[in-house]
Design a protein around this ligand. Structure first.
Ligand code: GLY
Length: 574
């Protein structure tokens, strides 16, 4: 009833403004309308900080940098300065570039560093502790992007996060639950981490409690005042070096000083007249996304009813083939010759779809029998945010600590969590088997190399105009979440709100299994897919696509928070 009233009011406003398209523009169900700019993230406090930067005249990149630093305070499971990620920037004139601030393997790392005496992978070493982190990239990445596209002083975009850490903030229910799990669980082994994140009186965090992060405030204040060098060459790097050496870790002062973020040309694809802009290696996301869209375009996906058995079948087959290519070919292109041009070409897609039956599921093991493997599921703790400013500049940023709370290690005196991103490398060179490991050369550990990522920030445009900014956390499911949101808006004409809310699906070649979100499809469709030979699992939630969508008729920008993350918010420039 309430919804009806709001919509009726919207209609009255729309009619008085004289047009159907204005009716859509006023519809609150589309998201948060924001002509002047908007920030959408999984943290309400961080979105507000980003939007305040827009209000002060900052660009989308200024707001993105402020949001990223704020999430390092408010969203410690994935927001970070001790991890890494990717940022895509599309400026108002339609040109696009990307920033790669993925972590790097330390100089002393070796291909077999996670193998035990019997030659088996010791997975605990990449899950937690001092051997798990790569050299962090976020601070250099933010500085590089800010140097290219920022307008406000660096200090002004970093300091809001420092003040939030210093003055404290009220924890949400989900943050309280996450911190309590951490402090009593994986963090327990690391005194510096417990000192940073346990409630000072030793009791459990409750929603509404104020958390103050003193050491993190000191670190962020130093970064705000002195710039990124204090992190990479100053006292912060020295503390990392000292604690790593004392605890069997590898990262040294020299590794920190040598770290560089890179600006790289974006991956460009076309799909049904839309321009797809995404991330090149060391992300596998952009290549796989464009490869899947090329296959689906060649199979006329837009003519199949959304969520029909046929549509789900062909998208699954496209996902399967792109993930097989990912396992074969993708790694850090600074170290391995990744055939990007071929993988994202239309002829390659046509070759790929030649093996797709319209009535039967393919076998993943058969398709990839030369390198048969069964990848383990990846941790799903990463975070994505989207920003658009008044000029139309758009930022799509996904960054991560890898697992929730990364390595669980806070270097004493710094207040921030280090990543456990080394686990994204292929850990057993030469062994690609059915028990869970990929050993193909592209993504084997080498000093200074960046581990392969699935993060898929994406920006969609059409005829020079912005259409969509999206991306997601979720390990390998990230690529498929981005695909599903892009397909919803482009192939099936959904609004951003509908595309973000729509059920999501995942297939990653091996295990040969199609996962569909709970209640995503009716029983009859499920049975039909099984009859075609698909192993379908229903259940759970996939990703968190904090998105921005531009209404095709009005040009109005809508922030579309994905409420699969309870603290998500779209905050607009005031
Ligand atoms: N750690 C998640 C990813 O980079 O794909």
């Amino acid at each position: 009833m309430k919804k009806l009233t709001v919509c009726s009011l919207a209609l009255v406003v729309a009619l008085s403004l004289g047009g159907r398209s204005r009716a859509a523009a006023q519809d609150p169900d589309l998201g948060v309308a924001a002509r002047e700019g908007v920030v959408v993230s999984s943290s309400d406090l961080a979105s507000d900080i980003g939007a305040a930067v827009l209000t002060r005249g900052g660009t989308a990149v200024d707001a993105a940098v402020a949001t990223a630093f704020a999430m390092a305070v408010t969203y410690p499971s994935a927001g970070n300065i001790g991890g890494g990620g990717f940022m895509i920037v599309r400026t108002a004139d339609g040109s696009a570039t990307t920033f790669d601030y993925r972590e790097k393997a330390p100089g002393k790392s070796t291909p077999g560093m996670y193998l035990d005496a019997k030659g088996d992978i010791d997975r605990e070493l990449t899950r937690a502790g001092y051997l798990a982190p790569g050299v962090p990239g976020t601070v250099r990445g933010m500085a590089l992007a800010h140097g290219r596209f920022g307008k406000l002083p660096w200090k002004d975009v970093v300091m809001p996060a420092a003040l939030l850490a210093r003055d404290g903030f009220a924890v949400s229910e989900s943050l309280a639950a996450g911190l309590n799990r951490e402090v009593a669980g994986s963090m327990k082994a690391f005194k510096g981490s417990v000192a940073a994140y346990a409630k000072p009186d030793g009791t459990a965090w409750k929603a509404g409690d104020r958390i103050v992060l003193g050491d993190l405030a000191k670190t962020l204040t130093a970064i705000a005042n002195e710039g990124p060098d204090v992190f990479y060459r100053g006292w912060i790097a020295a503390l990392i070096d000292k604690n790593m050496a004392a605890n069997g870790g590898l990262i040294t002062m020299a590794d920190m000083a040598a770290y560089e973020a890179k600006e790289r040309p974006a991956i460009h694809g076309s799909f049904l007249g839309y321009n797809i802009i995404s991330m090149p290696p060391p992300s596998s996301g952009g290549v796989a996304l464009v490869e899947m869209l090329n296959m689906l375009e060649a199979m006329d996906i837009q003519k199949l009813p959304r969520l029909s058995t046929e549509a789900i079948h062909v998208t699954t087959e496209a996902r399967r083939r792109a993930f097989l290519d990912r396992a074969r070919f993708l790694g850090d292109s600074d170290f391995f010759n990744v055939p990007v041009g071929n993988l994202i070409s239309k002829p390659h897609a046509r070759e790929q779809i030649a093996s797709i039956s319209r009535t039967m599921a393919s076998s993943s093991a058969e398709l990839g029998k030369d390198i048969v493997t069964m990848p383990l599921p990846e941790p799903e703790e990463t975070t994505h945010f989207s920003v658009v400013d008044r000029s139309g500049m758009a930022v799509s940023n996904t960054y991560t600590l890898e697992g929730g709370f990364g390595s669980h290690v806070v270097i004493p005196g710094t207040g921030f969590l280090l990543n456990n991103e080394m686990g994204d490398f292929n850990k057993k060179p030469g062994t690609t088997n059915l028990t869970g490991d990929i050993g193909t050369p592209a993504n084997v550990i080498e000093p200074g190399k960046r581990m392969l990522s699935s993060m898929t920030p994406v920006i969609v445009a059409r005829a020079g105009k912005l259409v969509l900014v999206t991306g997601s956390p979720g390990g390998r499911t990230i690529i498929n979440t981005s695909l599903d949101v892009v397909l919803g808006v482009t192939a099936w004409g959904l609004t951003g709100r509908e595309a973000v809310d729509a059920p999501r699906m995942h297939h990653q070649w091996l295990p040969d299994r199609l996962s569909i979100e709970a209640d995503g499809i009716p029983d009859a469709t499920l049975e039909a897919l099984k009859a075609m030979g698909h192993d379908v699992r229903m259940g759970g939630r996939q990703g968190s696509a904090q998105s921005i969508w531009v209404h095709p008729n009005t040009g109005l920008i809508y922030g579309v928070p994905d409420m699969r993350s309870p603290d998500a918010k779209a905050s607009r420039k005031e």
